[in-house]
Design a protein around this ligand. Sequence first.
Ligand code: ADP
Ligand code: ZN
Length: 612
Amino acid sequence: MINQARLILKRVFGYDEFRPFQAEIIADVLNKKDVLVVMPTGGGKSLCYQIPALIFEGLTVVVSPLISLMKDQVAQLTQSGIGAAVLNSSLSPEQYRRNVGLVKQAKARLLYLAPEALLRSSMLDLLATVNVECLAIDEAHCISQWGHDFRPEYRRLVEARSHFPQAACMALTATATPRVREDIKTSLNLAAGSEFVASFNRENLFIQIVAKDHPVEQTIGFIQKFSDQSGIIYCYSRKQVEELNGVLRDKGFSVRPYHAGLSAVERSRNQEAFIRDDVQIIVATIAFGMGIDKPNVRFVVHFDLPKNIESYYQEIGRAGRDGLKSHCLLLFSYADVQKIKYFIDQKDSREKRVANIHLNALVGFVQSEVCRRIALLHYFGENYGSGKCNMCDNCLAREKEQLDITVHAQKFLSCVRRTGERFGGNHIIDVLRGSRAKKVLQFGHHKLSTYGIGADYSKKQWQQLARQFLNKGLMSQDMEFGGLKLTPKGWEVLRGDMPVGGQLEQEAAPRVNTPAKAGELNCDGRLFEILRKKRKQLADDSGVPPYVIFSDKTLVEMAAYFPQSTEGLMDIYGIGAVKLDRFGALFLDIIRRYCRENNISQRSRGSGNNPK
Ligand code: ADP
Ligand code: ZN
C-alpha cells in the first residue's frame, strides 16, 4: 500500500519524495493504527491524512478549529482534483445541501468539520450512513489546557471516536512540549506506541537578531530588499501597528494593518488581500497568523520583542512554509524587555514566575553567541547536532575576521568598575567619549581616569562593542535597572589574563547578509515575474489564493529549468496530473515563448543548478 501512497505523492501532489516520517505515518494510518503526529508548521502534516484518504474506500473526517483553514485546504485539494468538502455554518443552505450530497455519494474523500459540528446528532447520523475510515484531528493541542490555544469543544472529541470504532484516529499538532503531547494522548485515548515527533529545525529560515537602535529605518532597510515579496511585521501593541503601518504606507510600501482593535470585516479583508498577494506586507500584533497557511511568506520581522521563545518560534514559523529560503529579523532592545516585565508584573505571583522564566530564556537566547539553532532547538528538547548551520547571524559572524578588541574591552570594563558598577551602557559610553552631559558632570565622572579615553570611537561603535562584551559574558546587566557589572570573566580580561576577539563595525546599520547557500536555486527573475503574473490572473479568475494554483517553489523551478514539454513539466516540483492538465499548457506556452525570445534551452537537474 505504501507504494500506492508513493504513486499518489507524485501523481497527485507532484512531489518526488516523502519528508521524514510521512511514509511511516501513512503506513500506520493505512493499517488503522492510531498516531500522534508532532511536526513543525510547514512540516507536511496534511499530506499524512490526505494520502490515506485517497487510498481508503470510505471517508476521512478532518477536524479543524478554523473555518479559514478548512476553506483553504478544500480549495487546494479541489485544484489538485481531489474531492473534498466542508460543512459549517458559513455555507448557504444550497451549498450545505450540495456538500452533504458529495459526502453521501462518496464523491468527497475528505470532509472538514469544526469539532462542535462533528458532535451534532444530525452530523453523526449522516456519518453513520458512510464508512468513516479515518478521523484526523488537526491542531490537536487545542485539547490541552497546557497548550497555547485551549478549546473546550476539543475535549469532547473522544466521544466522537466511539461512534467510529473502525476508524484510525490521528492527532496532529505543531506544539512540541511533552506535557501537551501526553495530554493529547490521554484525552483522545490514543493507543500507546505510534508517536512521531519530527525535528523542529526549519533549515530554510535565516535567523538574525540585531540591536534595535533606529527601528523604523532598520525595518525599512530590511524590507526594501524584498520587493514584491510577502512578509509579516510583528509589533507589540495595536498603537505601534497603526503607527508603523502609517509610516510604511506613506513611504509607498504595500501594507495593511492587522490587530484585534479592527473590525472583523476589516481584519478579514486585510488578511485576504495578503493571502491573495494583493498586499505585500502585514503589520500586525500577534493576533495575526493563526490559520494562515500562506506558503510564500519570505520574511518575518519582530519590530518588538516576542513574549517568549515559543511565541517567537511560532511567529517566525509562518515564514518559508514552501521550503524556500526566508528571513527572520528580530530587533532587540532592553527597553522592550522592561516593557514586557512591566506587563508581567501585573500578573499574579505564580503566573509571574512562569512568565519571568520564559522571558529570561528568551533574553538568554538573544544574547547567546552560539548558533541560533542550538539554543532554539534546545528549548524544544532537541539536540542540534552539527553546531553550525550557516543560516543564522551568529554562524556568519564567526566566519568574519576576528579583530583583537582586548584594549577596547579593558577600557570599557574599567570604566564600568570606576563608576561603581551601577550605570547602563549609554552613560559608560558618555564617560569614555568625554561627554559633557549633565549626568556625567553631576556624578563627577569627568574626573575619572577613564574619562575621554574612548573618544576616538563613535557612540555607535561603542554600543556595538558593548553588546559584544555582554554577549561574551564579560559583564552582566541588571534586568530591572540596566546597570552593568563585571563578571569573573570580565575581571580576567581587565587583569590582562584573557584576550578578547570580536568585531569593530564601521557602520551599525543592519547587515542583511544573504549567504549563497549551497544548493539554492538560481532562477531567471524576469521569467519568474511573468509566471507569477499569470498565476495571479488565474487565481483571481477562480477566486482562490495564488499558491493554490502553484507554489513559489514550482515557479522558481520552472524559471530555472525552462521545461519545454509536458514531460519536462512533470519533473517540476508540485505539478501533479490534474494541475498539469489544467495549467500545464498555459505555463508551457509562456516558458517556450520566453526561451525562444531569449535563446534559452531546457536545463536538466544535473547541470549544476540543483535545487534541494
Ligand atoms: P503543516 O500542516 O505541517 O503546517 P503542510 O501540510 O501545509 O504543513 O505542508 C507544507 C507544505 O509542504 C505544503 O505546501 C505541502 O504541499 C508541502 N509538502 C508536504 N509534503 C511534502 C513532500 N513530501 N515533498 C514536498 N513538499 C511537501
Ligand atoms: Zn547557526
